[in-house]
Design a protein around this ligand. Structure first.
Ligand SMILES: [Zn+2]
Length: 81
């Protein structure tokens, strides 16, 4: 079983929050967020947004948060080179 990539995690975040993942997929998701600060923050942002809206509409909020996440990844990549 390979590790999730950040892109895969972003695709799974809705299913994760709806508790629609299999137990194995959920473990892989949580292992990734534990090891990846960017995805951990992304998950928090989605959770906060859902709490503010009072309902689960990540398809509306995800593109903006995803852009910020990818911008953050690019920033870190630049710093480590
Ligand atoms: Zn990640």
């Amino acid at each position: 079983m390979s590790e999730l990539t950040c892109e895969q995690l972003v695709e799974l975040v809705t299913d994760y929050l709806e508790e629609a993942l299999t137990p194995e997929a959920r473990r892989r998701f949580e292992r990734h967020t534990a090891l990846c600060p960017g995805c951990d923050v992304y998950l928090d942002q989605i959770r906060i947004t859902i709490a503010e809206l009072g309902r689960l509409t990540p398809e509306r909020v995800a593109p903006d948060a995803r852009d910020r996440l990818l911008a953050a990844f690019r920033g870190w990549a630049a710093e480590t080179r």
